[in-house]
Each structure stands twice: as structure tokens, then as C-alpha cells.
Design a protein around this ligand. Structure first.
Ligand code: FES
Ligand SMILES: [Fe+2]
Length: 379
């Protein structure tokens, strides 16, 4: 396993400030003293947080919907009255998935022998057994619905009330129009955090955006978060129309637009503020591991854009913005999936990071992640 030593880090950090890193680097070798540093790609996400597992509209009234969190099957049930609850998606009888069952009032009835569970997971009916002989039920997960997302707390339920749900101020604000986006991406969640936080990859998007140069103008690290501010300069090409919907007219060349990317574990936000301090773009995003090896994540994003002065102008331009952002996300998805494939081929994290912000981010993800290690045989 390769990881950076403190000495190595200092050397590289000062090199970054003084001059660009060498174009070609030898494959890193394990260094003495790095044994204790975990391979970031094998750090499981910490379960003691609220994770979005579905969009509200995916769980219809009177229906059950099967989802997964890091390999654990979970069923989301929307009852006849419209409430949502989450249970282990495995009947206590013969482990048939409960999502194949039938919603019965405020409970779910397994499709096989009809064992029935309430919102706490208690078995409340076995059609061929007396009420006094009911068996144990299934695990229930704390579950809440916010801003069109269904959040589940997969960790220790005793901690759920003490952990905050994300706030979606811009989503609720009429001054903003929000796009909900996301799909499954075949990589560990850490690649997603790195990709969004490291704006030095503008080169990847050169066909969509022309040549843009990001300049890191400040970074902060605190309890459970890392954040970085960027400004952008256009070095070539014309500003695409989709981008102009967000940035100032001159593409950032003379503007004071500042982008702040923040990982506040386990979520990420990207905000753009104009020179006057107005929040013009507000993205909230979460990456939820689907499989036990955490090699696939489902991304849930809320992209809010502030409406310009002219009413409906943003609505008219919306299809263009959707098209533009989809193209950018496609490039990002392809590259992080390539990173994951390369990692799996090499069998370890050979990352040679030179950007201090990403070093901070990697440390944060290691510190805040689950205490176990994803077994190598599952990769
Ligand atoms: S398997 Fe669910 S009731 Fe028998
Ligand atoms: Fe990108």
C-alpha cells in the first residue's frame, strides 16, 4: 500500500507553491512508516449519518421500494396515509425481500406467507398463527423525508436524533430554481469528493468550457469539514451559453465570482457567489455506496440556480443548462470510473497527490470514515 509520509508531504506542498510538479513521476513505492495509513479506497463510509436512499417520487403511496446501503437491503414503504418508513428488506420468516410485498394500511405484508410488519419492524400478524405467538420482527431504520429526498440513518439508531439532516435553504427559496440530478457511478465515494473539490481538472472539460484556469484563493479545515475557494480565468475559447447562465457575463475573467467547494462529511456542496456576495449557484450532493465493497455509489444532487431579474428567463434557458451540466457530469463520471478501474487493477491506492486541498480532503475522509477496512477480496 502506498501513502504519503509527513516528510514527503511537506516537500511536495512547498514544491506546489514554488513551482509546478514534475510532468512525469515514478510509480510510488511503499514508504517506511506509512503502514498505519489506510488505503482511502478501502475506507467504508461511516454509517452514523443520514443518507438519501431515494427520491420521494420513487416511493409511491401504498407501495414498497427496495434500495441498498453499502450492501444492506432496505425497503422504503409509503403507507396509505403517505408516511414513509424503512425496514431491513428481508422477511424474518424466509428472508424474502419485503419490497415484493403488499402495503396494507400502515404496514407491509410479505408476499409469501403474509407475515406483516409495522413501521417499527415489529411483526404484527401471521395469518395462520394466533396473536399471542407472534415471532420477532425485522430491523427498522430511522427515516425522514426532506426536500423531496428520503433519508435513512443506517448506523446506530440511538445517534440519529443528534445528527443533523442537511438544510436545503435554496431549494425552498422561490428565488432559485432547482434541478435534481444523480445516477449510479461505478466508483468509491472518495473519487467523487476528490473530483468535485479539485477544480484543477478543467482540462478534462475543455471541449465543453474552453480553456479555464482555476486559482485556489483560500482553504480552510475544521471539525468534520474541508473547504476551498476558487476564482476562474478564461485562457482560451468562448464562454459557452450554459456556463453563462451561472457565471458572470465575462466568464470570470474580470469578475469577482468565487466558487467554494466544501466537504462537510459525508456531504459535499459547491456554491458560487457574485462579487456582491449573492449566492448565484448552490449545489448539494451526496454519494451513497450501494454495494458491500463500496465500488458503486448512487449520487443524489440538488442544483439550485438563482433566478435572474427577468421572470421566466431561467425557465426558458433551463433545457440548455440541463444539457450543459449533463455533458460535464458525463465526463466526470467516465473519469472517476476509470480511476476506480485503475485502482482495482493495481490492487492499492497509488495516488500521488500534489494539491494540498486534496491532501486535506483525503485525510478528512480517512478520519471520518468507518473504522473497519473493506476486505481486499471484495474489491
Ligand atoms: S417468507 Fe415472508 S412470510 Fe414467509
Ligand atoms: Fe468535473
Amino acid at each position: 500500500m502506498y501513502a504519503e509520509s509527513a516528510l514527503d508531504r511537506r516537500t511536495i506542498d512547498s514544491a506546489v507553491q514554488a513551482e509546478p510538479p514534475p510532468a512525469a513521476m515514478a510509480a510510488p513505492q511503499p514508504l517506511a512508516g506509512d503502514v498505519g495509513v489506510r488505503d482511502l479506497r478501502r475506507v467504508p463510509i461511516h454509517p452514523d449519518y443520514w443518507y438519501p436512499l431515494a427520491w420521494s417520487k420513487e416511493v409511491k403511496r401504498g407501495k414498497a421500494h427496495g434500495v441498498r446501503f453499502a450492501g444492506d437491503p432496505i425497503v422504503l414503504v409509503r403507507t396509505e396515509s403517505g408516511n414513509v418508513f424503512a425496514l431491513e428488506d428481508r422477511c424474518a420468516h424466509r428472508q424474502v425481500p419485503l419490497h415484493a410485498g403488499v402495503v396494507d394500511g400502515e404496514s407491509i405484508r410479505c408476499c409469501y406467507h403474509g407475515w406483516t410488519y409495522d413501521c417499527t419492524g415489529r411483526c404484527i400478524d401471521v395469518p395462520y398463527l394466533g396473536k399471542e405467538r407472534l415471532p420477532n420482527g425485522v430491523r427498522a431504520y430511522p427515516c425522514k423525508e426532506v426536500a423531496g429526498l428520503i433519508f435513512v440513518f443506517p448506523g446506530d439508531p440511538a445517534l440519529a436524533d443528534s445528527k443533523p439532516l442537511p438544510a436545503f435553504a435554496s431549494v425552498a427559496d422561490k428565488q432559485y430554481k432547482t434541478r435534481r440530478l444523480g445516477r449510479a457511478v461505478k466508483c468509491h465515494y472518495s473519487f467523487m469528493h476528490e473530483n468535485l473539490m479539485d477544480m484543477n481538472h478543467q482540462f478534462l472539460h475543455r471541449r465543453q468550457m474552453g480553456m479555464m484556469r482555476a486559482r485556489s484563493v483560500g482553504r480552510r479545515r475544521g471539525e468534520g469539514f474541508v473547504e476551498v475557494d476558487y476564482t476562474f480565468t478564461r485562457e482560451g475559447g468562448k464562454q459557452p451559453v450554459g456556463e453563462a447562465l451561472v457565471f458572470s457575463k465575462d466568464g470570470g475573467e474580470n469578475s469577482k465570482d468565487v466558487m467554494t467547494v466544501r466537504t462537510v462529511y459525508p456531504y459535499q456542496t459547491l456554491q458560487i457567489r457574485s462579487g456582491s456576495g449573492t449566492l448565484v449557484m448552490d449545489l448539494w450532493i451526496a454519494y451513497v455506496p450501494l454495494d458491500a465493497a463500496q465500488r458503486t455509489n448512487r449520487t443524489f444532487g440538488m442544483l439550485s440556480i438563482r433566478r435572474p431579474g427577468l421572470p421566466f428567463a431561467l425557465d426558458l434557458a433551463w433545457p440548455l443548462l440541463v444539457w450543459f451540466t449533463e455533458r460535464i457530469f458525463k465526463e466526470d463520471r467516465e473519469i472517476v470510473e476509470m480511476e476506480q478501474a485503475a485502482h482495482d487493477k493495481q490492487g492499492a491506492d497509488w495516488n500521488h497527490e500534489v494539491f494540498p486541498v486534496i491532501r486535506d480532503l483525503r485525510d478528512l475522509l480517512r478520519e471520518c470514515g468507518g473504522r473497519t477496512v473493506i476486505p481486499i477480496q471484495k474489491i
